[in-house]
Design a protein around this ligand. Structure first.
Ligand SMILES: Nc1nc2c(ncn2[C@@H]2O[C@H](COP(=O)(O)OP(=O)(O)OP(=O)(O)O)[C@@H](O)[C@H]2O)c(=O)[nH]1
Ligand SMILES: [Mg+2]
Length: 59
């Protein structure tokens, strides 16, 4: 998979904020500090678009 132009859309906390488009969605779940953000950055070839931290839940 090659992602060419990744962009951060929104950190949504309620349904009305959800993006209104027809793009496919991917769910990524895992406990805190397990490497979710690092995995996203690897997949999209960016260092820190999804912010990572050495401390759990500190994004
Ligand atoms: N050794 C090792 N460390 C990793 C790996 N993936 C991520 N890390 C480290 O684990 C820490 C947490 O990674 P994150 O990607 O921030 O984890 P997260 O699941 O997004 O954490 P939260 O957003 O707090 O839920 C960071 O210090 C990463 O550098 C891996 O494959 N191996
Ligand atoms: Mg994270």
């Amino acid at each position: 998979m090659i992602v060419k132009n990744p962009k951060f859309e929104i950190s949504a906390v309620s349904k009305k904020q959800y993006p209104d488009n027809d793009l496919p969605e991917i769910v990524l779940a895992g406990k805190s500090n397990v490497g979710k953000s690092s995995f996203i950055n690897t997949m999209i070839n960016r260092k820190n678009l999804a912010r990572t931290s050495s401390e759990p839940r500190k994004n």
